[in-house]
Write a protein that binds this ligand. Structure first.
Ligand code: SF4
Length: 217
């Protein structure tokens, strides 16, 4: 018997307006991330003990279809976040086959996943929001505790396989880790890979509980 595909669902967040692209969206947050960012905004997704619910693609369609009319009328849909959404590539592909036509699917991702995960979702996802951290491998490793080779490879795959203006690359100002010159270099390097990628430079605003705030587009 084939094992059921599930995601460890943490939460769904309905009726988001123009937050992650066009229209009304529902954010689906699932547990798990390959990185250990120093200012993680969602640290609970990293721990094995964080509360989560195993949910199948069929169950998720049932949960989110309450907003079908809003998705259809506004060009919105589902945003897979987390954690790292592309850890759940098989789930996303199955969900995409079951969902009603017209819903747009977006992944929020750090792209630090195996190539096969990205290739599995390429036929199904409409938009990508990539948190690139910093393109400098030393800064990246200091901030995330991982190398960024997979990120660069996957960014090239996106540039070659999806409309580049469907990819938003977010470049954060990370206090104590990168400076203005670093971010300029990151923008140049991202542009060299995907000239028509949409690029957003923004700041992490760090308060008691870490949050992010957009600084410039
Ligand atoms: S990629 Fe996101 S969820 Fe993962 S550790 Fe970094 S900030 Fe946290």
């Amino acid at each position: 018997m084939t094992a059921r595909i599930t995601i460890p669902l943490i939460s769904t967040n309905r009726l988001r307006m123009e937050v992650d692209g066009d229209g009304v969206t529902t954010l689906v947050a699932a547990k798990g991330c390959p990185l250990s960012c120093k200012y993680c905004i969602n640290a609970k997704v990293l721990t094995d003990t964080a509360p989560s619910n195993p949910v199948t693609p069929e169950e998720l369609v049932e949960m989110v279809k309450i907003d079908d009319l809003y998705f259809q009328a506004t060009g919105g849909g589902i945003v897979f976040g987390g954690g790292e959404s592309l850890l759940h590539a098989d789930f996303i592909a199955e969900f995409a086959k079951l969902k009603p036509e017209g819903w747009k699917l977006t992944a929020e991702t750090c792209l630090n996943v195996p190539e096969e995960n990205l290739r599995k979702v390429l036929p199904y996802l409409d938009y990508y929001i990539v948190d690139i951290k910093d393109m400098n491998p030393d800064i990246y490793r200091a901030y995330t505790e991982r190398g960024n080779e997979a990120v660069l490879r996957n960014l090239r795959i996106l540039a070659e396989n999806v409309p580049q203006n469907h990819v938003k690359v977010r470049i954060p100002a990370i206090p104590d880790f990168n400076g203005e010159e670093d971010r300029k270099k990151s923008v140049e390097q991202v542009r060299a890979i995907g000239p028509d990628f949409r690029i957003e430079v923004f700041s992490y605003i760090i308060r008691g509980e870490e949050t992010q705030e957009k600084e410039a587009t």
